[in-house]
Design a protein around this ligand. Structure first.
Ligand code: B1M
Length: 205
């Protein structure tokens, strides 16, 4: 079952992913299990192939679209309904960075935990974070980066927030980051994955 999900993801078979996810949900498998045993390991295999130059950007893009389609099917189950917002989280991937799958997962988990998430998308400039944090009265700003060349834009966002007089806590995450890096740039927290991001945000509020 999980091999089939991973193979379909690697092959970028969007419709097959949608029906495998749907079938799994229908047969009572929890959404979190489908995510952690099927889709995420599939993305890890994809990453390993990409790293070894065994596949290239077009294949990664097609697989990413299939991943998005699978996540869209899972989202209603991952997100609890009718829960009063526990707080507002403004979330985005920093400037120059188009990776949004991990950030979307973080957003889903936070929604599932009862937060209102304002997702600014990917390639978000610092001033957009500031504007949204102010307008939405954010309780937390969350920054994601997947590239060593874009994680360096995180301190710029924190500086821009502080220059605008906003003391809102900032949490960061993404594969190239570390708790040490988060501390060094003045972020209030770092989470290695989406579930830890919820624990982190819960702890900060
Ligand atoms: Co890119 N890419 N990519 N890529 N890509 C990586 C990141 C890379 C590690 C691949 C590799 O070489 N092995 C490498 C980065 C190297 C580096 O800088 N260290 C890389 C590269 C080099 C590039 C390009 C530069 C390639 C090129 O053009 N030559 C290019 C850059 C484009 C740009 O952004 N400007 C590029 C492009 C792309 C695609 C567009 C094709 C596609 C992205 C599609 C999309 O996101 N819509 C893509 C993908 C899919 C990947 C890999 C294969 C998978 C990323 C992913 O979605 N993982 C990736 C290899 C890898 O990571 N192994 C790779 C699954 C996701 C669930 O995990 O995103 O880590 P992740 O998120 C986790 C945690 O990190 C954490 O929680 C999430 C869920 O558990 N987390 C947070 C993330 N954000 C958080 C925020 C938080 C808290 C936790 O708080 C706010």
């Amino acid at each position: 079952m999980w091999d089939r999900v991973q193979e379909a993801l690697l092959a970028g078979k969007r419709e097959e992913i949608e029906s495998l996810v749907e079938d799994a949900l229908q047969s009572g498998i929890p959404a979190a299990e489908i995510l952690h045993r099927g889709l995420i390991p599939g993305m890890e295999r994809l990453g390993a192939l990409f790293k070894r130059n065994e596949i290239f950007i077009p294949e990664v893009l097609v697989a990413s679209r299939a991943m998005h389609a699978g996540l869209a099917r899972l989202e209603p189950r991952l997100v609890k309904e009718g829960v009063a917002p526990r707080g507002v989280v403004v979330l985005g991937t920093v400037r120059g960075d188009l990776h949004d799958i991990g950030k979307n997962l973080v957003g889903m988990m936070l929604r599932g935990a009862g937060y209102r998430v304002v997702d600014l998308g990917a390639d978000v400039p610092p001033e957009r974070f500031v504007e949204a944090a102010r307008e939405e009265r954010a309780d937390i700003v969350g920054l994601s980066a997947l590239l060593t060349t874009t994680m360096v834009h995180m301190p710029g966002v924190i500086d821009a927030l502080r220059a605008a007089g906003l003391g809102v806590p900032v949490v960061v995450g993404g594969a190239p980051l570390s708790p040490e890096y988060a501390q060094r740039i003045g972020a209030q927290g770092y989470a290695p994955d989406a579930a830890s991001a919820v624990t982190l945000v819960n702890g900060l509020l």
